[in-house]
Design a protein around this ligand. Structure first.
Ligand SMILES: [Zn+2]
Length: 237
């Protein structure tokens, strides 16, 4: 159930969401042969302190940063839907656009953000995160598998229905599955470091991320010294 799948699709709201939440696990799957595709709902043009560039320049920079971050963990296919950063809602259009990519990629596993607010982590529960997660879950069930949903995907684009077996949710309440990323922690940090416009000094971020991952591991009962990303695994077959 938790082995590396053949294909995985990671649906996130912003560039850098995957790197904070699941890039270590992605690195492990990619090493094991999983073909991983990243899908970013926005270009992240509302992130960071840069106010001298216009939003299209920031968007281009953040797309490039995300492509470099993805390459650090073995992901070559990075797609962007271009929804406006800070204004994401779980609309039917967004559900269709995510369902389209699910039908194109045909992943056994989707990783996405929690639609549920985590009251212990207000930053994890950014409204774009919850909206992207809600749309992604609805794209998994029922849209991607139901031939009647978004009929144009089938009739005009020739995209057959596809059933995703599992969804791995990050950033919400009640994660129960630890993924031990101790051996690839440096690669996760290299991916985070690619987001130069967002993270400031990587040497200050590193101990914080290490501490979060150590706390995840301890909470999950892993031995001392281990680092973990955590997920809530949903059976969606
Ligand atoms: Zn985000």
């Amino acid at each position: 159930m938790t082995d590396a799948p053949e294909r995985a699709l990671v649906v996130m709201a912003h560039p850098d969401d995957a790197d904070f939440s699941c890039a270590g696990t992605v690195a492990l799957w990619a090493e094991a042969g999983t073909e991983v595709v990243y899908l970013m709902v926005t270009d992240g043009e509302a992130g960071g302190d840069e106010l001298t560039l216009d939003s299209s320049e920031i968007a281009a920079m953040r797309r490039e940063e995300q492509r470099r971050a993805a390459a650090e963990v073995g992901v070559k296919d990075v797609r962007f839907l271009g929804y406006p950063d800070g204004r994401v809602v779980a609309s039917l259009d967004l559900r269709r656009d995510i369902a389209r990519v699910i039908r194109q990629v045909r992943p056994e596993r989707v990783v996405t953000l929690s639609p549920e607010r985590d009251w212990d982590s207000i930053a994890a529960s950014h409204p774009d995160h919850m909206a992207a997660g809600e749309a992604a879950i609805n794209a998994v069930f029922p849209d991607a598998r139901n031939p009647h949903a978004h009929r144009e995907l089938l009739t005009e684009e020739g995209l057959a229905p596809w059933t995703v077996a599992q969804v791995w949710v990050v950033g919400g309440p009640k994660p129960h599955h630890p993924s031990d990323i101790t051996d690839v922690f440096e690669r996760k940090m290299a991916a985070l470091a690619a987001h130069e416009s967002q993270i400031g000094d990587i040497t200050e971020l590193e101990p914080m991320v290490r501490q979060w991952m150590a706390a995840n591991a301890a909470e999950a009962g892993l031995p001392a010294g281990r680092l973990a990303e955590t997920f809530r695994i949903i059976n969606t077959a």
